[in-house]
Design a protein around this ligand. Structure first.
Ligand code: HEM
Length: 527
């Protein structure tokens, strides 16, 4: 049409048509066919039925019908940005990971922050853990550090993860409460899971209501391994320290913000980056060896424990800068797939049973969520280094290998495609493994209260008050008194004053007996 105004106009036949503003580019179908009319479907006469023949309308509606994909089973609500990681110094002694070899090296990254329990459309400021997932596009492949803003976790073994998440999300019969820890199922599970007590202290603290993503710490949580060029390994824990400082809101503010602007954290990150106020974090490492691990009071493979910074100071080795918002939320933030199994030469897993389970879970869920084993072809997931393999076909195969040879070994010489490279390739660290097959959890995982107590007493008086207030608020929503009592019975093993204050606040007639601290974790059901 020659008309450049939106509105009704008369078509050639004198009928009424809706028209849109012209731009430089011609609208096309997915097949690249120019579209003449995007406002009116094809029909038999101006008042007649729509014709099945209308391929333009059918293609458009077909595509729309399939827009939604399953949201993440956890961490559904999140927000991402691009940036880079800059290495401060060469860490050749510790690791052969390419990203840590050269001072001043800049590696592109994509970061996604998230809440855990809420659905995709939930508010930004529930009392919840925040995800802090970083994808480093290194020259030797993608390394994903899939962390949280709290250094410990609720459970020690991945087999409990479905139960934890079921209990934390909305209750299955009523479909509420959404993204809240304030309900019977959550506290029922927690009260029967003493290993969660350290994490509960952290999640009831101000850390669970961060002022924005820019003011949060991040943690890899698990113990990982570094391996250097000589094959020597050390243990490592990863920390992100925000250069903006660590800040939280108070609960009253969180409630108001959720009502007034449920996108508060999204908007904050978008605004900061688009205004050029790029947020930064420093990467810190806690490095230790088997000797330290053996004499440490807790098990370094237990993700419900920290290693105190007084014992192993955090060594700062680089910085992360977020300086570019996404072009498209769905294409990047929604389709990005972080996975703990994405590690690179120089970095390796430990035997932490939570990490081992995660290594299975992410890839598995992403096949369902993104629908094809080729989700690594999506630009946000694709490595930015050369990539050659013989994996082929499947839904949406975009980069099938070229040439005749699609197997190995082959005798096609130069045309035979990529070859394995023992000198450069990923080699698992040869840690010795030995022992009977068993489901028994190690006794070194058994102390669930000492670090919870240490965390609580390390807080300032106002922070301690906030923890007590949070426990009272959340538990006051729990209907069954025995659940509240059971939580208080654990608090009695953490801090007497705190337990009494919460019990009073909840109107409990008398204090319960302290929980039996000696009971093995996995058998802590009430008699
Ligand atoms: C997603 C962190 C434990 C399964 C995520 C995300 C983060 C995260 C940050 C969001 C990733 C994104 O932004 O796309 C953690 C941390 C854990 C932990 C720090 C404990 C230390 C677990 C465990 C399991 C698990 C034990 C299962 C056994 C999942 C799944 C997703 C997810 C299935 C959704 C992934 C997707 O759909 O892309 N986790 N998680 N997580 N996590 Fe975890």
């Amino acid at each position: 049409s020659k008309s450049s105004k939106k509105g009704a106009t008369l078509g050639q036949g004198g009928e009424l048509h809706q028209q849109t503003v012209n731009t430089e580019e011609t609208l096309t179908t997915q097949q690249g066919v120019p579209v003449a009319d995007d406002q009116n479907s094809l029909r038999a006469g101006p008042r007649g039925p729509t014709l099945l023949e209308d391929q333009v309308m059918r293609e458009k509606i077909f595509h729309f019908d399939h827009e939604r994909i399953p949201e993440r089973v956890v961490h559904a609500r999140g927000y991402g940005a691009h940036g880079y990681f800059e290495t401060y110094e060469s860490l050749t002694d510790l690791t052969c990971a390419d990203i840590f070899q050269r001072k001043g090296e800049k590696t592109p990254v994509f970061v996604r922050f998230s809440t855990v329990a809420g659905n995709k459309g939930s508010a930004d400021l529930p009392r919840d853990v925040r995800g802090f997932a970083v994808k480093f596009y290194t020259k030797e492949g993608n390394w994903d550090l899939v962390g949280n803003n709290i250094p410990v976790f609720f459970i020690q073994d991945a087999i409990k993860f479905p139960d934890l998440v079921h209990a934390a999300k909305q209750e299955p019969d009523r479909g509420f409460p959404q993204a809240q820890t304030a309900h019977d199922n959550f506290w029922d599970f927690i009260s029967l899971t003493p290993e969660s007590m350290n994490m509960i202290m952290w999640t009831m603290s101000d850390r669970a209501i961060p002022r924005s993503f820019r003011f949060m710490e991040g943690f890899g949580v698990h113990t990982f391994r570094f391996v250097n060029g000589g094959g020597k390994s050390t243990f490592v824990k990863f920390h992100w320290k925000p250069k903006q400082g660590l800040q939280s809101v108070v609960w009253n503010e969180a409630l108001k913000i959720n009502g007034a602007d449920p996108d508060f954290h999204r908007r904050d990150l978008w605004d900061a980056i688009t205004m050029g106020d790029y947020p930064e974090w420093e990467l810190g490492l806690q490095i230790f060896d088997e000797t330290f691990a053996e004499k440490f009071d807790f098990d370094v493979l237990d993700a419900t424990k920290i290693i105190p910074e007084e014992e192993i100071p955090v060594k700062v080795v680089g910085r992360l800068v977020l300086d570019r918002v996404v072009d498209n939320f769905f294409a990047e933030t929604e389709q990005v797939a972080f996975c703990t199994q994405n590690i690179v030469p120089g970095i390796d897993h430990s035997d932490d049973p939570l990490l081992q389970g995660r290594n299975f879970s992410y890839l598995d869920t992403q096949l369902k969520r993104l629908g094809s084993p080729n989700f690594t072809h999506i630009p946000v997931n694709a490595p930015k280094c050369p990539m050659h393999h013989f994996q082929q076909d499947g839904h949406m195969a975009i980069h099938n290998p070229k040439g005749r040879a699609n197997y190995e070994p082959n005798s096609w010489g130069k045309e035979g495609g990529p070859r394995e490279n023992p000198a450069k390739g990923f080699v698992s660290y040869g840690a010795s493994v030995n022992g009977p097959k068993t489901r028994v959890r190690s006794e070194t995982f058994a102390d669930h209260y000492s670090q919870a107590r240490q965390f609580y007493i390390s807080q300032t008086p106002i922070e301690q008050k906030h923890i007590g207030d949070a426990l009272m608020f959340e538990l006051s929503k729990v209907e069954r008194e025995e659940i509240r009592e059971r939580v208080v019975s654990h608090l009695l093993n953490i801090d007497d004053e705190l337990a009494k204050r919460v019990a009073r606040g909840l109107g409990l007639d008398k204090l319960p007996k302290p929980a039996d601290a000696a009971k093995p974790t996995q058998k802590n059901l009430p008699a």
